[in-house]
Design a protein around this ligand. Structure first.
Ligand SMILES: Nc1nc2c(ncn2[C@@H]2O[C@H](COP(=O)(O)OP(=O)(O)OP(=O)(O)O)[C@@H](O)[C@H]2O)c(=O)[nH]1
Ligand SMILES: [Mg+2]
Length: 216
């Protein structure tokens, strides 16, 4: 007996992800996949980045959630085009879902496509969506051992944002340990420290993203 289903699915996903990437590049859209645990601060970061960029980068958002449209409503309130994907139980987005969602956006009028993945530190790691950059978030309350315990999602990311940095006084969380673990797994990745409460660090990651988008 041969079991090849998972490999086949991943191969098909990779092919469609490449197609998505070509489509985004051809339209002049820079795609960013935002991943991290439930509640780590993904939507809050999107809100802060959109507030910072304004219309300058012509952003749009694809929201991935198992159910509901809470996050899409938060983005819609900012007046930014948004599509909500409900995965109906699946713990990650895939290239097919993003392909379908992108079909309802005017890609030619956009500069930046921010894709918030389903909150999960495991499943999204294996699924390329066709993005140009992947940012992984790790919030202080989750603990400083998460890179060591969930390496795949960190290894494949271009940047790490340590979020909720305002909570450091309340948790035994070593930023040095997290930075060292990330350096080992992804030496080229940028590391940012953010607080949505104070707004600290949003400028740095926003400037980096803007420079990465401009460099393409
Ligand atoms: N103290 C503090 N709280 C934060 C910060 N960023 C986000 N939060 C809070 O964390 C909670 C979750 O934030 P969200 O942005 O909704 O998290 P998320 O990752 O989008 O969550 P899911 O989409 O459910 O996976 C909210 O109550 C936010 O107000 C921060 O920098 N500091
Ligand atoms: Mg969210």
């Amino acid at each position: 007996m041969k079991i090849v289903a998972a490999q086949k699915i991943l191969k098909a996903n990779d092919q469609l992800a490449e197609e998505n990437r070509r489509r985004f590049s051809a339209a002049g859209v820079f795609g960013v996949n935002i991943v991290g645990s439930p509640g780590c601060g993904k939507t809050t970061l999107l809100e802060a980045l959109i507030g910072r960029f304004g219309d300058a980068l012509a952003p749009a958002v694809i929201e991935g959630d198992i159910a509901g449209s809470i996050d899409a409503e938060r983005i819609d309130a900012l007046g930014v085009p948004v599509v909500q994907i409900n995965t109906d139980g699946a713990c990650h987005l895939d290239a097919q879902m993003v392909n379908a969602a992108a079909g309802s956006l005017e890609l030619g009028q956009l500069g930046l496509l921010l894709i918030e993945n389903v909150g999960n530190l495991v499943c999204p790691a294996g699924f390329d969506l066709g993005e140009h950059r992947r940012i992984v978030l790790l919030s202080v309350p989750e603990g400083d051992d998460k890179i060591a315990k969930y390496p795949a999602i960190f290894r494949g990311s271009h940047a790490l944002a340590i979020t909720k940095i305002d909570l450091l006084p309340h948790f035994d969380f070593s930023v040095d340990r997290v930075v060292a673990d990330m350096r080992r797994l992804a030496p080229a990745a940028r590391v940012f420290q953010l607080s949505a409460k104070t707004g600290g660090g949003v400028a740095e990651i926003g400037d980096w993203l803007q420079a990465e988008a401009a460099a393409r």
